[in-house]
Design a protein around this ligand. Sequence first.
Ligand code: PBG
Length: 312
Amino acid sequence: MQSPTPFARIGTRGSPLALAQAKLVRDLLSENHGIAQDTIEIEVFSTGGDRSQKENTTLSDIGGKGVFTKEIDEALLSGRIDIGVHSSKDVATGLPSGIRLAAFLEREDARDAFISVSVKGIDNLPEGARFGTSSIRRAAQALRLRPDLRIVPFRGNVHTRLQKLLDGVADATLLAMAGLNRLDEGHRATAILDPEDFMPAPAQGAIGLAIREGDDRLADLIALLDHAPTHTAITAERTMLTVLDGSCRTPVGALTLNENGLLTLKGEILSLDGQTSFRATAEGRDPVALGETVGRDLLSQAGPDWLSQWSS
Ligand SMILES: NCc1[nH]cc(CCC(=O)O)c1CC(=O)O
């Protein structure tokens, strides 16, 4: 018997978080369109970002655009899958031509969580404590408050990192609240961090759906899943990142507040040691204009000399 053509094929990475996100999209699609779940296929891809998890590298060392999406982008372009499901913060600003992020699910908690088995908050860590992170943003933000901390490399999926803490590889770490919540591990958070001190990564906490440009059937299908306020916020933050991308490789944070369509975008860039940072804020209704304004403000505050230290 010939197997029926699937209603849609989803591509995802294989980490427990990525799979949970892909299943969430499948469940929403089948609910919203009244179709059986097994007509939506989930195909798992290993990306460069997954293959490098075991090495002591930061993501900027691995470098390259789309380290978490390349294989999924290619499958999308070749027609092997119809939807790429991603953590939006892992999606490079320059997606390959022919692909676009067309919908975003409602944003989860965008903040970072502090997790430690020994202390309540970053202030309580003893002098010289080991802080596990391979994120240059989290390292810089932690060092800004606590220059004495020793940053230790901390890669792997969420469960691996939680286990490393229990194993004593580090005294504390930061993880996205969104990922913890989606894995039912929210209770692991010792504290939820104030975004003023720990501004999240641009687009943190939002699941993004990539489709082929011109695939009208899929565009219609996923339009039902799109959460407009999230879409607007992520557009503002990713636009800001696009402005910054060309000029600097410093840590970047961003967060959008949305009050009935009036957006406030806050952005920040930091030096790797956290001792220098620049912040900008703007208000408005047009997310693209807002992202450009805040991005340019940050670049002009930092100045070409400061930025050139960090350019590639
Ligand atoms: N690169 C890892 C990654 N990508 C997205 C998330 C969290 C989920 C999200 O931001 O939607 C995480 C884990 C973390 O930073 O703790």
